[in-house]
Ligand binder design. Structure first.
Ligand code: PEP
Ligand code: MN
Length: 333
């Protein structure tokens, strides 16, 4: 059950709602977003509380949420989540693009690529410092040194940075350098990690697991939001199917389904979804056409020598051409 507080409600009005919910046997979980405060009543208490709260001053609407994901469900009266991060607004209608190499390799190299993607109009930088590799013998990332490079370059260029956190014990460390914490596809089911980033102040970029249903994906987001962090960005990055022509299969349906079922912003990663640079532009355009709020794209200026995912990385000039096309479409409405 959720109670949506009206804009401009007073602390007393909110306290009255919370007290009433509590006295009917529910746990109270307030979610204070950029635009709205929502009070969630979690548990199996007396349903009459809904009707009581609906008429209280300061309350905009009250409703039961029948989906298993209560916090992330799109319900009438609940505005879409808008996230303000590092001078960028995500989810308010303008396409946002996160770009950069798969991994942070060297400071000079990262700075060069970051300058190029900034020049092309990227809003945020990406780069892995802790890499989830299929083989334990593959490059595992620079660790904290990679985080330092990310933060230094991000600061120098005035862009926020997105990077993956792979374990609970490094959440604090990664959060001290990054603007947005990425949970990779392989960790979407790591519930302990989801709870930990749910207790963190930084927004979370949650990638869909390679074999996760849309409902499982939304339940993973629910873990984060119900632990107290309302700022979650969902990212469709391709799922595993019988098809072998591409690295994964971009589930374009998921974009429309997620936008319909959830108020959270939805991004698409056409780089991992396709696994090949030539397919990145068409997949990116399809994502935008389907209603994505943003894209995450891998870019490298020497893909042949990239330590990871060179084949799917765009050269800077190709990224710039794609950005030009995407932004052109956007301004044409
Ligand atoms: C990545 O973004 O570098 C990455 C490893 O993505 P995914 O978790 O989607 O495979
Ligand atoms: Mn990658």
């Amino acid at each position: 059950m959720i109670i949506v507080m009206a804009p401009g409600h007073t602390p007393e009005e909110r306290a009255r709602v919370e007290e009433t919910i509590r006295s009917h046997g529910y746990r109270v979980v307030p979610i204070v977003g950029e635009l709205r405060t929502v009070i969630a009543a979690v548990g199996d208490g007396d349903k009459d509380v809904l009707y009581q709260c609906e008429s209280f001053p300061g309350v905009e609407s009250a409703m039961r949420v029948l989906t298993p994901y209560k916090f992330v469900a799109k319900v009438p009266g609940r505005l879409r989540t808008v996230i303000n991060v590092a001078n960028t607004v995500i989810g308010e209608g303008t396409l946002r693009v996160i770009a950069g190499p798969c991994s942070v390799e060297t400071e000079e190299g990262y700075l060069r690529i970051a300058k190029a993607v900034k020049e092309a109009g990227a809003d945020l930088l990406r780069g892995g410092a802790f890499k989830p590799r299929t083989s334990p013998y593959s490059f595992q990332g620079l660790g904290e040194e990679g985080l330092r490079i990310l933060a230094r370059v991000g600061k120098e260029l005035g862009l926020g940075v997105v990077t993956e956190v792979m374990s609970r014990d490094t959440v604090e460390l990664v959060a001290s350098y990054a603007d947005i914490l990425q949970i990779g596809a392989r960790n979407m089911h790591n519930f302990a990690l989801l709870k930990e980033v749910g207790r963190c102040e930084k927004p979370v970029f949650l990638k869909r697991g390679i074999a996760a249903t849309i409902e499982e994906f939304l339940m993973a987001a629910e873990y984060i939001v119900s632990a107290g962090n309302p700022n979650v960005i969902l990212c469709e990055r391709g799922i595993r199917t019988f098809e072998t022509a591409t690295r994964f299969t971009l589930d374009i349906n998921a974009v429309a389904v997620l936008k319909k079922r959830s108020h959270l912003p939805v991004f698409v990663d056409p780089s991992h979804a396709t696994g090949h640079w030539e397919l990145v532009a068409p997949a990116a355009k399809a994502a935008v056409a389907a209603g994505a709020d943003g894209l995450m794209i891998e870019v490298h200026d020497d893909p042949a020598s990239a330590v990871s995912d060179g084949i799917q990385s765009l050269l800077p000039h190709r990224f710039a051409a794609l950005m030009h096309e995407l932004r052109g479409k956007e301004s044409a409405g």
